[in-house]
Design a protein around this ligand. Sequence first.
Ligand code: CCH
Length: 287
Amino acid sequence: QGSATPKVFTPKFEDYQAVYNEIANRLEENDEYDDGSYGPVLVRLAWHASGTYDAATGTGGSNGATMRFAPESDHGANAGLKAARDFLEPVKKKFPWITYSDLWILAGVCSIQEMLGPKIPFRAGRQDKDVAACTPDGRLPDAAQAQDHLRNIFYRMGFNDQEIVALAGAHALGRCHSNRSGYEGPWTFSPTVLTNDFYKLLLDEKWQWKKWNGPKQYEDKKTKSLMMLPADMALVEDKKFKNWVKEYAADNDLFFKDFSAVVTKLFELGVPFKEGTEKWVFKPVNA
Ligand code: CCH
């Protein structure tokens, strides 16, 4: 009888590199979008997919891509991430074998590398889950709060103080949108290039409360064109955090090394990889 076993396509490194290339080549396709790149919002999508992880229960994290569904897509913290999910939809159509969970993380990895950040090793194997796996609201950090809140949120995921500060350097990228979070403006003058400028500016500029009707945020006194969130400012108000801010402000190589390690950890929280799953490093397009 039938010996026709269906052929299962097992994607390899080259197949994932092709997805990487597709994303990389499209990042700057729309001049009208923000600062000309979808990179920052894709990094934020990967982070919000991962940052729901709760080490105590093993729930949340990037395995599942449950932000496709309400209620998680409607959580206040995820406002605006539809732009990132929609950007990736044609990629999913072109490469239907990749899970949304792997695709979102691969897009974060690609965006960091293409915005001239460090290499971020990637392992494949995340599985999509259904709506029942949506995480409860409140697992992602609240920008209006300070160090105690940051520690509560990030310790829950399994990070320490040094890792909290290293992760925050991602705010060199992108901007706040008044129609998403309520906050407004970029943190640095080069929001589509990853640098340690977030730390330098945090230490070197004079920051004052912005006078406006929006939520409480800081602006730089000199140009009034940059911003800091209360949660960003907590990193220099807290002594232990501030020591790491100084380290990263003084040494971009150290920042890149630690950022790569901590982002890799973030993107893999709670993912049950098969034993022996290889770590791949994709070749940048924009080298
Ligand atoms: Fe963030 N972030 N983030 N963030 N974030 C926002 C935007 C970006 C907090 C609050 C905000 C991380 C940590 C924190 C990015 C990456 C990371 C915004 C504006 C708020 C508010 C959203 C808007 O209006 O569009 C808080 C609080 C924390 C606490 O630690 C971490 C960790 C990462 C990644 C490793 C990136 C990138 C953006 C820019 C998004 C864009 O659309 O430009």
